[in-house]
Design a binder for this molecule. Structure first.
Ligand code: MSP
Length: 662
């Protein structure tokens, strides 16, 4: 029977150099999903690659006196090295400079042009070079790029336009008819409220001032707009429109495009519109994940050396191994939300789960078997604790599958580690070291160790999508082949098979010592100043030094720190939208005898009418700021779930405004 196809993609990466773990996040998740589906017996095509055209590469290459290709080649090689280090098992690494991709982009443009979906006009707009994005005047934030906050430049030129505007109703309908299309749900709200509701404008899809791009087949003076070039990779990699489009026929539409939340709008609006215009099906699902943050800010090239956190994947893998780095990303960051990265949290997580729980379980089990039996002892009569342990195993695969079907690797890992945890408790309950002292209890000891061996192998098999080294080592120590897959789950182990003592697979880290060593290393690295070239050169050194030592992250605060925050109950007595903003509401809030003006980013979740009369919790001693020209003298507190949905915090019983919150 033909295998079910599964097509999964990462975004293609800007060849920026200075690769950091933030970059690795999307691809590690995709890799785990790809491995999971392969283990499910599906035919998987996992695509990743690099997005190499555009103005910023052209400019950087010129600055260095090399051709754009000479500039990007070593950066692409570096990224491939990072993927190798992290055991990323992609099926194709596409480069937008690949000949088949370039030809495909030209075919796409020609087809759109022939169908009248592209027309010639003149473009005037604000362009952000690092983001390769055009913005209208109204979309700018403080006259800067609303995405990255950097300078934008006014550009005017003859351009071709794609009739994006006419697709707004179809895209809205797509979201409505297929709620699974764009996940998490909060991203749909963002797209609808920030872009689609107001209607779309046609998209400028060609440049005459940029030469480093794909020349348009019907007008060679023009080069493709990088985002059309980049998005096309998802189908060019499958040979769309070429003589051999068998991969396209097999794998399109994609099962999943995974990406960071900042590029959802290109994928959820522009990409479906292009596909609709081409008359092709849209992908089955898009997922916009959150970011790895450092000190509350997106981990990015310009900031990575600003704190004593190690973010370089080479260094991390060298020190702790690929499994530890993969595990941290897959387990620790709540899927769909942002997650703060600190070296301390990384070390604690790796120590607790991998070194202590998993590592100990396997090394204790194998050591006791080798010491007491030499080979795997048979399973005798089962007792209550054995049945308790087995019960945990039943249904575990279904839980893992359910979590992975929802793309939730942290939840899948939590389920697997609940078995690891249970098995360690089983050791405490059954006390095999005491059984070993009593020759009468030899059969019981054998049963306990047999049960533990099965559990170790079950965990190893279930961990295969997430960890690429440890599962094979564990299986091998119980004489199971490396390729053992999900079909093995529920099988018995044969008594008498050879068992090898497995030394600790994850050495325990002395966190205090390691933190000091890492801090020293990061200091040395920042002294050497960014060893690898970076395309985004706008990262000024002042940004790097302004974080510095002062910005050391602490995961815990004292009660004194907390008492510095003044919290009060406020009553919203008036509320309106902030003009030209889809996110902000302007509230007038009564705090006892005082009235304040507060701006909050909750417009996607509450209407002004709903807000009036609400009792809320306000941080009252924040320094006042102006947001979009409106004074904000405090902050209203909200809870945010993993999907990015907000809920206001309100006192549970009636209480007057101005009451202190402690
Ligand atoms: N070239 C575009 C994508 C075009 S796809 C048709 C691009 N490239 S990127 O290099 O900037 O980003 C690649 C991926 O890395 C994105 O999914 C992005 O969200 C992710 N990350 C980069 N920094 C990140 C964090 N700090 N945290 C999590 N992921 C982030 O955008």
């Amino acid at each position: 029977m033909a295998k079910k196809p599964y097509y999964i993609t990462t975004p293609i990466y800007y060849p920026s150099g200075n690769w950091h773990i933030g970059h690795c996040y999307t691809t590690v998740i995709c890799d785990a999903l790809a491995r999971f589906h392969k283990l499910m017996g599906e035919e998987v095509f996992f695509l990743t690659g690099t997005d190499e055209h555009g103005q910023k590469v052209e400019k950087e290459a010129k600055k260095r006196g090399v051709t754009p290709l000479e500039f990007v080649d070593p950066l692409v090689a570096e990224l491939k090295d990072v993927w190798k280090l992290l055991d990323i098992g992609y099926d194709r690494f596409i480069r937008t400079t690949d000949e088949d991709h370039v030809k495909c982009v030209q075919r796409i443009y020609q087809k759109l042009y022939d169908k009248g979906e592209i027309y010639k006009s003149e473009y005037t707009g604000w362009y952000c070079t690092p983001c390769e994005a055009f913005w209208t005047e109204g979309q700018l934030k403080d006259r800067k790029c609303p995405d990255c906050g950097r300078e934008v430049a006014l550009q005017k030129e003859e351009s071709y336009f794609f009739r994006l505007s006419k697709y707004a109703p179809r895209i809205l309908k797509l979201y409505e008819d297929h709620p699974e299309f764009l996940q998490p749900k909060s991203r749909v709200n963002e797209m609808v409220n920030n872009f689609l509701k107001a209607g779309l404008t046609d998209l400028c899809v060609s440049r005459t001032t940029v030469k480093w791009g794909v020349p348009l087949p019907f007008d060679e003076k023009h080069c493709s707009y990088v985002w059309i070039d980049a998005l096309s990779n998802y189908i060019s990699a499958l040979g769309y429109g070429s003589e051999d489009d068998s991969l396209y026929k097999k794998f399109w539409p994609a099962d999943l495009h995974l990406m960071g939340k900042e590029i959802v709008r290109f994928h959820a609006i522009v990409w479906p519109a292009i596909l609709m215009a081409l008359g092709e099906p849209v992908p089955k699902q898009l997922y916009g994940h959150g970011w790895l943050l450092i000190g509350g800010e997106k981990l990015s090239k310009s900031k990575e050396n600003a704190r004593p956190e190690l973010t370089d994947p080479y260094e991390l893998v060298k020190r702790y191994g690929a499994d530890a780095v993969r595990y941290y990303m897959l387990r620790e960051i709540p899927f769909g939300s942002d997650g703060e990265y600190t070296t301390e949290r990384f070390l604690m997580r790796v120590n607790a789960d991998l070194a202590n729980d998993l590592g100990n379980l396997v090394s204790r089990t194998t050591a006791m078997i080798v010491q007491n039996f030499g080979t795997l002892p048979p399973c005798g009569k089962k007792e209550a604790p054995d049945l308790g342990l087995e019960e945990m195993t039943v249904g575990l695969f279904a839980r893992v599958k359910d979590a992975m079907d929802r793309l939730n690797a942290p939840e899948a890992l939590e389920a697997i580690f609940s078995l690891v945890d249970r098995a360690n408790k089983y050791i405490d309950e059954t006390e095999p070291w005491i059984l070993a002292k009593d020759p009468q209890k030899r059969e019981r000891l054998g049963t306990v160790l047999h049960e533990l061996s099965k559990t170790c192998c079950t965990c190893a098999v279930l961990l295969k999508p997430f960890l690429t080294r440890a599962p094979a080592l564990i299986l091998k120590s119980f004489s199971l082949p490396e390729e053992t897959g999900f079909e093995w789950l529920g099988s018995e182990l044969e008594a008498g098979t050879n068992v090898e003592k497995l030394p600790p697979i994850f050495p325990r880290i002395d966190v205090k010592k390691e933190l000091a060593a890492v801090e020293q290393l990061v200091k040395e690295k920042s002294a050497q100043k960014a060893p690898r070239p970076s395309v985004i050169s706008s990262a000024s050194s002042s940004v790097i030094s302004s974080g510095g030592e002062a910005a050391v992250e602490k995961s815990q605060i004292t009660i004194d720190d907390f008492s510095k925050i003044e919290l009060k109950v406020g009553e919203v007595i008036a509320c309106e939208r902030v003009p030209k903003s889809d996110k902000l509401l302007h509230e007038t809030v009564k705090l006892g005898g005082e009235v304040r003006s507060i701006v909050s980013g909750i417009a996607a979740f509450y209407t002004p009418e709903e807000m009036i009369g609400k009792k809320v919790v306000v941080v009252t001693n924040l320094k006042p700021v102006k947001l979009r020209g409106v004074l904000s003298e405090g902050m209203i507190l909200c809870a945010e779930n993993e999907a990015g949905e907000l809920s206001l915090l309100s006192p549970e019983r009636a209480i007057e405004s101005g009451a202190k919150v402690r």
